[in-house]
Design a protein around this ligand. Structure first.
Ligand SMILES: Nc1ncnc2c1ncn2[C@@H]1O[C@H](COP(=O)(O)OP(=O)(O)OP(=O)(O)O)[C@@H](O)[C@H]1O
Ligand SMILES: [Mg+2]
Length: 274
C-alpha cells in the first residue's frame, strides 16, 4: 500500500502541497489528474523518493521514503515512467537498456535474461531487441521505458503522462499494454493524464488543485460535474459534452452519458414521452 500522511512539499519557499493524505491500495488503478502546475509530477516523484516531503510522511508498504536505507527497495517496488522516454533510456541497444535495471539489482545472469525476454514479449519489442535505441519511434521508445521499469518487477507502476507525446495509435497501444499488466499481472497502476479516455481505465480518480486533494472518487463521479472536470484541465468525452450542450438547451437528459448507445436510448425515451 502507498500511504501519504499529512504530506507537505515546497520547492524552496514555494509551497506545492499542504497536508495531503491519501492511500492507494494494491489492485487499484488510480488516474491522477489536475491542471498544469497542480503538482502531479511532484506527487509522482514523492512516491519513489526522488523527492521527500518537507513535512509528513510517504510510506511504501510501510517503508518511509525519508529513510535512506529504504531508497533501493522503494525504487524497486515503485517503477516510474516519465513523459519523455529520452530521459529514461540509458543504453544504446534495446535489450541492454532493459537489462540495466536488473543488472543493478545484482541478479544472476540467467534471471536477467529471463526478465528481458519476458518484457520484450509483453511489450512486443522482440523484433527490436538488437536495434539501436536512438532509431526507435516515440511510441517504441516509451514502450522501452516501460520495459525497463517492468524488468525490475515493480509492485506499483507509476506513469506520468506517458502518452502525451505520442500519436493516437501509439497511445492506444501503450494503454492496451498497461491494461494487460493490470488485469493479468495484477500490477497496481497510478497514471497521470489529461486524457478522458485514459481516465476511464481507472478504478479511482484523484484530482489535485491548489496544493490540496480536490477530488477523490470514481471516473463516473468525476465526469458527472463538468465544472470540476474543466478545472482539472480535462475535457469532457465528446458524447458527454454533446449531452451537456443538449441539456443546457433544455432537453431533460440524464447526466453524465458516455456512449452513443446510451445517448440514443435517452433520446428515444424523450421522444416516446412527446
Ligand atoms: N524543480 C522545481 N523547482 C521549482 N518549482 C518547480 C520545480 N518543479 C516544478 N515546480 C513548480 O511546482 C508546481 C507543480 O509542478 P508539477 O510539475 O508537479 O505540476 P504538474 O501537475 O505535473 O504539471 P503539468 O501538467 O504541466 O505536467 C508548478 O508550479 C511548477 O512550476
Ligand atoms: Mg507533470
Amino acid at each position: 500500500m502507498i500511504k501519504l500522511i499529512d504530506v507537505s512539499f515546497s520547492y524552496g519557499d514555494r509551497e506545492i502541497f499542504d497536508g495531503i493524505n491519501m492511500e492507494i491500495g494494491d489492485g487499484e488503478w488510480v488516474a491522477l489528474v489536475g491542471a498544469n502546475g497542480s503538482g502531479k509530477s511532484t506527487l509522482i516523484k514523492l512516491l519513489n523518493g526522488l523527492l521527500v516531503p518537507t513535512k509528513g510522511r510517504v510510506l511504501i508498504d510501510g517503508m518511509d521514503t525519508r529513510d535512506e536505507g529504504n531508497v533501493w527497495e522503494i525504487r524497486r517496488r515503485v517503477g516510474v515512467v516519465f513523459q519523455n522516454p529520452d530521459t529514461q533510456i540509458v543504453a544504446s541497444i534495446v535489450e541492454d537498456d532493459i537489462a540495466f535495471g536488473p543488472e543493478n539489482l545484482g541478479l544472476a545472469p540467467e534471471e536477467i535474461r529471463e526478465r528481458v525476454e519476458q518484457v520484450l514479449k509483453v511489450l512486443r519489442l522482440e523484433p527490436f531487441r538488437s536495434s539501436p535505441t536512438y532509431a526507435l519511434s516515440g511510441g517504441q521508445k516509451q514502450k522501452l521505458a516501460i520495459a525497463g521499469v517492468l524488468a525490475m518487477k515493480p509492485r506499483y507502476l507509476v506513469l506520468d503522462e506517458p502518452t502525451s507525446m505520442l500519436d493516437p495509435p501509439s497511445r492506444r497501444d501503450i494503454n492496451k499494454i498497461i491494461k494487460f499488466l493490470y488485469d493479468k499481472e495484477k500490477i497496481t497502476v497510478v497514471y497521470s493524464t489529461h486524457n478522458p479516455e485514459e481516465i476511464f481505465y481507472a478504478t479511482r480518480v484523484i484530482a489535485l488543485s491548489k496544493g490540496t486533494l480536490f477530488f477523490n472518487g470514481t471516473p463516473w463521479e468525476f465526469f458527472s460535474n463538468p465544472e470540476r472536470v474543466w478545472k482539472c484541465g480535462v475535457k469532457l468525452p465528446i458524447i458527454t459534452h454533446l449531452c451537456y450542450k443538449l441539456k443546457k438547451r433544455g432537453l431533460d437528459l440524464s447526466f453524465p452519458i458516455f456512449s452513443p448507445k446510451e445517448l440514443a436510448e435517452e433520446l428515444w425515451r424523450l421522444k416516446s414521452k412527446m
